[in-house]
Every structure is written in structure tokens, then in C-alpha cells.
Write a protein that binds this ligand. Structure first.
Ligand code: F0G
Length: 358
């Protein structure tokens, strides 16, 4: 347990004898059976892949560990990324673990608080870009072309290689691929990586089929679903606030080769799924992750029959990443009381057992 993806799946990764066996214990995340939605939506089997259980709280660790190990192997001293927050948290952590410098470019004012605090804690050099993620990524690519810095965004193929291990884990856990994979789409690296993982495992005979890839963009940031670049992407799900995804074409290939779909959900639908996951399933994920569950709910409402199907939803990041959103979307009153039993019982409207008889 906890050996990390380089050791566990090294034979399928671009490893050499010189690749450092870096790990923070990433991978082997839980695949949890649904307690509520499976029944409510009439699905044969529904599972959640809890990628928020990775060391920095998102799926990015799987890809970053490979990218950083390869950068170290190549003799680089500095890694660089543009990020909506999770990539920067992972890069900062693995950079620290590998003894490398880490530079992150983030869209100013648009990164969730938990993610910013991670980059700061792990000691990354943070530059706030006065522009959106797409602009930050353009700058990062330019810098990596001109300076001896290793870019660890998912345009780096080592990232995709590492992230495909999540598909391996799902097949290893279920004994076969699910019929449908629901996944949020932002820069489109992850849907690309899962498809690579499933098709490689199929070629090896570890699964007979590959799932339909069902990708979900937010309505205000939906370049692939609409076929048009979005200049000012906007959604409550800041992780996927992306208008010109780097892996656009490979995401379309994953969709088309698998007979799947890439479509949109509204912010209201995302929030509905986000709340429901926490309150009915006991799973607190970030809004971007909830987008794929919102998509599943939408598909079933529109008549998709999944009574004979197995479905996996990839919950990409931990809810604690974005604590501000909880306060924005729920209005739970925070009650107060003096510190004595009677006062708290009164606030809670408690009645003593058998009090009517006494
Ligand atoms: N879910 C979360 C929580 C993410 O952080 C991201 C991407 C995605 C889904 C979408 O994955 O980009 O591979 O399609 N976050 C990137 C970042 C962009 O910088 O952390 P994708």
C-alpha cells in the first residue's frame, strides 16, 4: 500500500534505471459504491473514484510525480506550470520533495483559497497573472521554450502517462472497465489520460471493452462542447474555467473513439450535484468534480437508460480545496449558545426522552 504510481505501474510508464523513484504516496485512491444516487437514478452499479484522496487532494499528483521525476532525471533544477490551482499545488509539493525549484503562474484572483495556500506552504514561487488560465499557459509554454525550465502542464506527455494509472486502478478494482466513465473536462488532459489507460489495458487483454467517455464542461467554459474557443470563460467551478484547452483534439478523439460525448452543465446543476454528493453520499468534492455527477443526473433525466450499466464518476478534487464556495452556495445559519447544557438543548429544541410521562 502507498508505494506510489511509479513503483506500482512502472512497467507501463516511461521509466529508465535513472528515473528517481519519487513518491508522496499518490494513487490507490478509493473507488466507493454509491449509497443514494445509484438507486435514485436507477443505475445498475455506480462508483465514485475519490481522487481528492491523493496527497495534495487532487488527481494531478499522478501525472506530476512522473513529470517531476523525468525533469529531475533530465537534469533540470526548476519546474514551471500555469494552473487554476490544483496543478500548482501538486507541482509545488513534488518539486519540494524532489529538491527542485517550482514556479507557478496563476490567474490573479481566480484560484481557490485551499489551492493557493498549498502552493505557498510548499514554497513555490507564485506569479499572479493579470489574465485568465489560457493566457497564463501561453506564457508558461513560451518561457519553457526559451529558458532551461521544465514545463509540467499536461502538454508534457509524462503528465498524461501518470494520469492514465487511474484508469488502470479502476479496471484492477472492478475486474473490467465500466460501461461509462463520467469525468469533468477543463484543459482536457485527464479525459485524454483515462482514454489512453483504458485502451492500453484493452490492448493488453486486461479488459475486454473500454468505457464510453462522458466528459463535462461548464456552460460558461465549454469550448469543446460548442466547438468554439471561449475568450472569457466563466463558471463557479474555477478549476475548469478554461476557454482553449491544450488537449482539445485528443479529448475529441477519446469522445469519438469511445462512442461517448462531451457536453455541458450549468452552474446551478453543478451546485445541485455538489450539495447532493456531500449531503446524500457523504462525499465532499470540489465544484469542478461535481460537474460530472451533474452530467450523469442530466443524462438520466433526459432519458439515458443505465439500468444495465456500470458507471464510474471521477471526483477529481477534494472539497476542502475551495471552502469559500460552501458559504456561497449554502445558507446554513451558524447558531450560538452559552456553554451550558440547558442553553444548548434549548437552541436544539431537544425534549427529554419520556418527559411527557414524568
Ligand atoms: N477537476 C479538477 C479539480 C481540476 O483541477 C481540473 C483541472 C479538472 C477537473 C480538469 O482536468 O484539465 O485535465 O481536463 N485543473 C487544472 C489545474 C487546469 O491547473 O489545476 P483537465
Amino acid at each position: 500500500m502507498g508505494v506510489g504510481v511509479l513503483l506500482r505501474y512502472g512497467q507501463y510508464l516511461p521509466m529508465t534505471d535513472a528515473t528517481p523513484r519519487l513518491t508522496l504516496g499518490e494513487g490507490e485512491t478509493p473507488l466507493v459504491r454509491s449509497k443514494f444516487l445509484e438507486r435514485d437514478l436507477g443505475i445498475k452499479e455506480l462508483y465514485f473514484k475519490l481522487e481528492g484522496c491523493n496527497p495534495t487532494g487532487s488527481f494531478k499528483d499522478r501525472g506530476i510525480v512522473v513529470a517531476v521525476a523525468k525533469a529531475k532525471e533530465a537534469g533540470h533544477h526548476t519546474i514551471l506550470c500555469a494552473s487554476t490551482g490544483n496543478t500548482s499545488a501538486a507541482a509545488a509539493a513534488y518539486g519540494a520533495a524532489a529538491g527542485m525549484h517550482c514556479v507557478v503562474l496563476v490567474p490573479k484572483g481566480n484560484v481557490a483559497m485551499g489551492k493557493m495556500s498549498q502552493a505557498i506552504a510548499y514554497g513555490a514561487r507564485i506569479v499572479m497573472i493579470r489574465g485568465n488560465f489560457d493566457r497564463a499557459l501561453e506564457v508558461a509554454r513560451g518561457l519553457a521554450d526559451e529558458y532551461p525550465i521544465s514545463l509540467v502542464n499536461s502538454v508534457n506527455q509524462h503528465r498524461i502517462e501518470g494520469q492514465k494509472t487511474a484508469a488502470f486502478e479502476i479496471v484492477d478494482a472492478l475486474g473490467d472497465a465500466p460501461d461509462h466513465l463520467y469525468i469533468p473536462v477543463g484543459n482536457a488532459g485527464n479525459i485524454t489520460a483515462y482514454w489512453r489507460g483504458f485502451t492500453e489495458y484493452r490492448a493488453l487483454g486486461k479488459t475486454e471493452h473500454a468505457p464510453r467517455m462522458m466528459g463535462w464542461e461548464a456552460e460558461g467554459a465549454a469550448p469543446i462542447a460548442t466547438g468554439k474557443r471561449v475568450d472569457s470563460p466563466n463558471t463557479i467551478a474555477s478549476a475548469i474555467r478554461i476557454g482553449n484547452p491544450a488537449s482539445w483534439q485528443s479529448a475529441e478523439r477519446a469522445r469519438d473513439e469511445s462512442g461517448g460525448d462531451i457536453a455541458t452543465v450549468s452552474d446551478d446543476e453543478i451546485v445541485e450535484a455538489y450539495r447532493l454528493l456531500a449531503r446524500r453520499e457523504g462525499i465532499f468534492c470540489e465544484p469542478a468534480s461535481a460537474a460530472c455527477v451533474a452530467g450523469l443526473m442530466k443524462n438520466v433525466r433526459q432519458g439515458l437508460d443505465l439500468r444495465q450499466s456500470s458507471v464510474v464518476c471521477v471526483l477529481t478534487g477534494n472539497g476542502l480545496k475551495d471552502p469559500d464556495i460552501v458559504y456561497q452556495v449554502t445558507n446554513t445559519p451558524l447558531e450560538e449558545a452559552t456553554p451550558d447544557l440547558e442553553a444548548v438543548a434549548k437552541v436544539l429544541n431537544l425534549e427529554r426522552a419520556g418527559s411527557a410521562k414524568r
